[in-house]
Design a protein around this ligand. Structure first.
Ligand code: ZN
Length: 338
């Protein structure tokens, strides 16, 4: 295998379909810059995580557990921490990012307007950047009237540019009941929202239910499908794109430790794969580091470029923006391949 050329990998256009807003860690970073103090030490947090918790579900469950306060999270801070996400993405060679705004973000007054304010601010420095927002349903055991109110807010926000919805069905990684998620997803898909779900990160158990979800075109992670040919075939049959987060998988130890990451297996099988940072502040990664990690696994430059094209094709964005992004990707790609 020819070793990857880091310069060529860095020059490739990149996209990230799976970034959580990490509200508290981003808020801390914004405040740290303003207060001229160091931000929370995530590298030390990761070292403790690896030393103290077994790989898999327990380690994964510690995401979002660091003691950071969310007070002061007003509209100005929402914009500032969103600017932080988008700037980080664009500075790492990214041209398209989808941000998953969890919790009650979609219920916030003027949510989409604030998101676009952040996007416009970053576009003054990175004019090719395009960003979209997704809402997240992570607790489907919440009262039905709350879920209905949130779903209504998603439909309203869709008219204002909300791009999609992400579902995390619990117990995560198990053969859970997806009926509530299916019921919620149907009208959201009809409202034009893209549907994705977290599955296949810890086990294969939740993949069949995820792949059959109404309106679903993408799965967050899904990498365990590589261990079962029938599931790989299911993804191919349903034309599901995977959002693969290499550093995230490694830190949380969700794959068999003795085997190499199955990214290449999925690519070779023809599954449309994209690369993602997932929770970049906590995990300590960027989108260019994810592309470099894929290159280290043996993914060549043509395949990396295909990964970006896969992302633009599977993006929950408008037809107009998709065309702009395709043009941009091909323009950037041309010199970097020669
Ligand atoms: Zn995720």
């Amino acid at each position: 295998m020819t070793p990857p050329d880091p310069g060529q990998v860095a020059a490739l256009p990149k996209a990230d379909l799976h970034v959580h807003q990490e509200a508290a860690p981003r808020l801390d970073r914004v405040l740290a810059r303003r207060e001229e103090r160091p931000p929370y030490d995530w590298a030390a947090w990761r070292r403790r995580l690896v030393a103290e918790l077994p790989p898999g579900q327990l380690r994964l469950g510690s995401l979002g557990s660091a003691p950071i306060l969310m007070e002061l999270d007003d509209d100005e801070m929402f914009v500032a921490r969103t600017v932080d996400i988008l700037t980080e993405h664009a500075s790492a060679g990214g041209c398209y990012v989808e941000v998953r705004c969890g919790g009650d973000s979609v219920l916030r007054d003027g949510f989409m307007e604030l998101f676009r304010t952040a996007e416009h601010q970053v576009q003054t420095v990175h004019p090719h950047l395009r960003a979209e927002a997704l809402a997240v349903f992570a607790d489907l055991t919440a009262p039905a009237d709350y879920l209905a109110r949130k779903a209504d807010a998603c439909v309203r926000a869709a008219a204002e540019g909300l791009a999609g919805v992400d579902f995390i069905v619990t117990p995560y990684g198990s053969d859970a009941d997806w009926s509530v998620a299916y019921r919620l997803a149907e009208p959201l898909a009809e409202a034009g929202l893209g549907i994705t779900a977290h599955a296949g990160e810890l086990t294969t158990a939740d993949l069949p239910a995820a792949a059959r979800m109404p309106g679903l075109t993408r799965i967050g992670h899904g990498v365990h499908a590589a261990y079962d040919p029938s599931l790989t075939q299911l993804l191919l049959d349903r034309e599901v794109t995977l959002e693969v987060a290499l550093s995230c998988n490694e830190l949380f130890g969700v794959l068999p430790a003795t085997q190499e990451h199955p990214l290449l297996t999925l690519l070779t099988a023809g599954v449309p794969v994209t690369l993602a940072t997932d929770d970049p502040v906590q995990i300590g990664t960027t989108i260019d580091a994810e592309y470099a990690a894929a290159a280290q696994l043996g993914v060549d430059n043509d395949q990396l470029l295909q990964i970006t094209r896969n992302a633009i094709r599977a993006a929950f964005t408008t037809a107009e923006r998709r065309t702009e992004l395709i043009d941009h990707v091909e323009q950037v790609a041309r010199p970097s391949l020669h």
